[in-house]
Design a protein around this ligand. Structure first.
Ligand code: GTP
Length: 594
């Protein structure tokens, strides 16, 4: 155990985590340059395109220093708020962390919150300043930020360039010298923590674990503590570039397990693996992940419902955090109400449905979960506007609140505070990292972050602000259901639950936006927003007068073609509501309200 080091990398998106990991693999000879693809650690297509490491993986390297052989386990952590629970489990599996900060950007919100997680787990932090090769790197300022943040000495900050291969050896040496070797008793009853799993359609789910005590042996009967399910450890092994089967893995080490599990739901990140015959206690820290954002997913073509159901079932096999149930909408027909970890997770699911399963879907307005306390003393959870009870039967309603950390240049403090106040937020703390960088803490409703908050934050700060948040609980709020009607017909898929103080303005803007998005028809279309029986806003789309093309565009052929193309594209995602044709964008119009 003396020669094992388990470490992870904490970094903000794009600060160079994947590139640096590749360099470490290369330097230790774990992979030759020839084997090296662009980036080994992110191997899902979608991940690469989004530039975000979505699924944590682990890889083992051998490294010789001062005549001794060391085993270094690098555990990759996802870098997005939606996956923060997975980050916390990856961190819990390590004794040390490389804290990577981009020398041209400085510390970002994500870095800080993951750093706090690492400190909570008593990890040794090795600060690394990456991208020192960049001409606009600010090594002095960024070193100062790091020193202020973690209280190290300036000379402890390793200067590196993953791109140019600078500082790589220093990093490996620091891992060996500064990260503590794992503790644990290889002879005690087995306790291994699951920190990740990967779906493999041929062999079943691969479970990645860190052994804290005991030894897991090939072929033995094992048990997952949270579910009580027992399996046979058909294959165990270590994770090199490929999987390498072994006969046993002991306390302190990291490995994978294959035992014919077909359904992701049976494997919970954070759960403890133990021996079925000689069980150990559950390791602390297991927690069910809960969906934070809900939305309806419907097939564009109603005849594809069964196909969509089959696709959703397959997706759920390899993504345990996706939950769904059947939902029917008067406007959209049969579909699914889905729960996601966050907005990015929702986007990923929608994209996977389209790419991997070739489905064309309509996603409805995302919403958070509300809790309604009814006059009869009961409490219900509301995951969709349609589930909102009649106001007369309700005592009160609660909505989820988050603590948001925002880091930005000081010149944007004013606009950021204004934005947060507009989003019903309250500033709680303001802390200067350096003279021109500030960390602000807000408490605000999650529902306000779901819509366009991040985009707005980026645009008012010219891309300089970073955001991280976590749930702090539910608070009472005055929420109402806002309905939308097209020619008098209620469109349930366009309803939203909004704060009363904002409902009227919301209704007005939504109607305006819908007017832009819904094409003109041969008849007039009335768009109305209502709270209960009360109409709060109205817009009218006037009827087409015969031939649009000839009239509007005076015969310019290329513009005509463009218009026709546009209409054709739009057609794919049109939905008939009564007599009105509504494009997909309209169902997401709320996201675009200014
Ligand atoms: P996510 O996986 O999205 O979290 O990003 P990451 O932190 O893994 O960053 P990645 O390694 O993908 O690097 C982001 C960008 O920075 C890429 O374009 C890299 O080529 C570039 N990059 C990484 N390290 C360096 C460096 O040392 N110098 C320079 N100039 N560019 C670098």
């Amino acid at each position: 155990m003396e020669n094992i080091r388990n470490f992870c990398i904490i970094a903000h998106i794009d600060h160079g985590k994947s590139t640096l990991a590749d360099r470490l693999l290369e330097f230790t000879g774990t992979l030759s340059q020839r084997q090296m693809q662009a980036q080994v650690l992110d191997n899902m297509d979608l991940e690469r395109e989004k530039g975000i490491t979505i699924k944590a993986h682990a890889i083992q390297m051998n490294y010789k220093l001062d005549g001794k052989e060391y085993v270094l386990n690098l555990i990759d952590t996802p870098g997005h708020v939606d996956f923060s629970y997975e980050v916390s489990r990856s961190i819990a599996a390590c004794e040390g962390a490389l804290l990577i900060v981009d020398a041209s950007q400085g510390i970002e919100a994500q870095t800080i919150s993951n750093l706090y997680l690492a400190l909570e787990h008593n990890l040794e932090i090795i600060p690394v300043m990456n991208k020192i090769d960049l001409p606009h790197a600010m090594p002095e300022e960024v070193t100062e930020e790091i020193v202020d943040l973690i209280g190290c000495k300036p000379e402890d900050v390793i200067r590196a360039s993953a791109k140019e291969g600078i500082g790589i050896e220093d990093i490996l040496k620091a891992v060996v010298h500064r990260v503590k070797p794992p503790k644990g008793d290889p002879k005690a009853p087995l306790q291994a923590m699951i920190f990740d799993s990967v779906f493999n359609s041929f062999r079943g789910i691969e479970v990645y674990f860190r052994v804290f005590n005991g030894t897991i042996k090939k072929g033995e009967k094992i048990k997952f503590v949270s579910t009580g399910q027992e399996y046979n450890a058909d294959e165990i092994g270590i994770l090199r570039l490929d999987k390498q089967a072994t006969n046993e893995i002991s306390a302190g080490n990291v490995g994978y397990l294959i035992s014919g599990i077909k359904v992701a739901k049976e494997v919970h990140v954070g759960d403890t693996i133990t021996s079925a015959l000689n069980p150990g206690e559950s390791l602390r820290g297991f927690q069910e992940v809960k969906p934070m954002v809900f939305a309806g997913i419907y097939p564009v073509d109603t005849t594809e419902f069964e196909e969509l159901r089959a696709s959703m079932e397959k997706l759920q096999l390899n993504d345990a955090s996706l939950v769904w149930e059947l939902e029917t909408s008067a406007a959209l027909g049969f579909g699914f109400r889905c729960g996601f970890l966050g907005m990015l997770h929702m986007e990923i699911i929608q994209e996977r449905l389209e790419r991997e399963f070739n489905m064309t879907v309509i996603t409805t307005v995302p919403s958070v979960q509300f809790k309604a306390h009814l006059t009869d003393g009961s409490t219900i959870e509301i995951n969709a506007p349609s589930e909102m009870p009649d106001p007369t039967t309700m005592d009160s309603i609660e909505e989820p609140y988050i603590k948001a950390q925002i880091i930005s240049k000081t010149e944007y403090i004013g606009p950021i505070i204004n934005l947060c106040i507009e989003k019903r937020g309250q500033i709680k703390n303001q802390n200067y990292l350096t003279t021109d960088r500030v960390e602000m803490t807000f408490e605000m409703p999650l529902s306000e972050i779901v819509f366009d908050f991040f985009d707005k934050l980026k645009s008012i700060s010219r891309g300089y602000a970073s955001l991280d948040y976590h749930l702090i609980g539910f608070r009472e709020s005055d929420m109402v259901k806002l309905d939308v009607m097209l020619n008098g017909e209620k469109v349930d898929a366009l309803s939203a639950i909004v704060h009363r103080g904002k409902a009227q303005e919301w209704g007005r803007k939504l109607c305006e936006k819908l007017k832009e998005l819904i094409p003109r028809h041969m008849f007039e279309v009335a768009i109305q927003a209502a709270i209960g029986q009360k109409i709060v806003a109205r817009e009218t789309i006037s009827a087409i007068r015969k031939n649009v093309l000839a009239k509007c565009y005076g015969g310019d052929i290329s513009r005509k073609r463009k218009l026709l193309e546009k209409q054709k594209k739009g057609k794919k995602r049109m939905r008939q509501i009564g007599t009105v044709e509504v494009p997909q964008e309209a169902f997401m119009a709320v996201l675009k309200i200014e």
